[in-house]
Design a binder for this molecule. Structure first.
Ligand code: ADP
Length: 197
């Protein structure tokens, strides 16, 4: 375990240009992140992230669930946004959802780390720009879009960690909303590496 952890910390620091991060001492940051298994549409939180498609007009998986729970006005607002590029994100109201806002992001089809990273980063940038404090992410691209789950989890955790390190007061809570049992196992394992207590 500790060798895996050391390799992960080394990779992380290398990929972020030598700026050294001490994973263990940053308890304040580590306390902001958690995982939860269930339906993202039930979360009463500032914003939930939708793994949408480029048209932003609804689809299957988590996208379909969000549109069903939010009601038809969500689609009406989405239709005014003229779609969204892969790796980008756009915000709308939450309508009938308990969440105040929905941040729609379009994940890559297949394993494209830069674009998946951009989904998480752009969503967090929008969150902080709108002065929102809490957000829940689904496992973007790992359903129909076919990104391998564990590889996607590394990208998700690394990108959230990097964001929180450089925007320490911007956000209070980031929840990884997991749906598949395999993701629960993966995140249980990786969360304690990226965000140790
Ligand atoms: P993508 O097209 O980006 O792969 P999917 O919706 O197919 O998006 O899958 C993304 C993830 O969302 C998968 O882990 C899937 O199991 C999960 N998911 C599906 N429905 C929900 C839901 N209601 N709440 C949270 N996660 C969900």
């Amino acid at each position: 375990y500790s060798r895996d952890k050391q390799r992960l910390v080394d990779d992380y620091n290398k990929s972020y240009g030598g700026q050294k991060s001490d994973f263990d001492v940053n308890v304040d940051l580590n306390n902001k992140v958690s995982m939860w298994q269930g339906d993202i549409t039930t979360l009463e939180i500032d914003a939930i992230v939708n793994a949408a498609n480029k048209a932003l007009l609804g689809g299957g998986g988590v996208d379909g669930a969000i549109h069903r729970a939010a009601g038809p006005h969500l689609k009406e607002e989405c239709a005014t946004l003229h779609g969204c590029e892969t790796g980008d994100a756009k915000i709308t109201g939450g309508y009938k959802l308990p969440a105040k806002y929905v941040i729609h992001t379009v994940g890559p089809v297949g394993e494209k780390a830069g674009l998946l990273e951009s989904c998480y980063k752009t969503s967090l940038d929008i969150l902080s720009k709108e002065n929102l404090r809490s957000v829940a992410f689904p496992c973007i691209s790992t359903g129909v879009y076919g990104y391998p789950q564990e590889k996607a989890a590394h990208v998700a955790l690394k990108t959230v960690r990097k964001f929180l390190e450089s925007n320490s007061s911007a956000v209070d809570r980031v929840i990884f909303c997991l749906f598949m049992p395999e993701d629960v196992k993966i995140y249980e394992n990786l969360l304690q590496m990226y965000f140790p207590h």
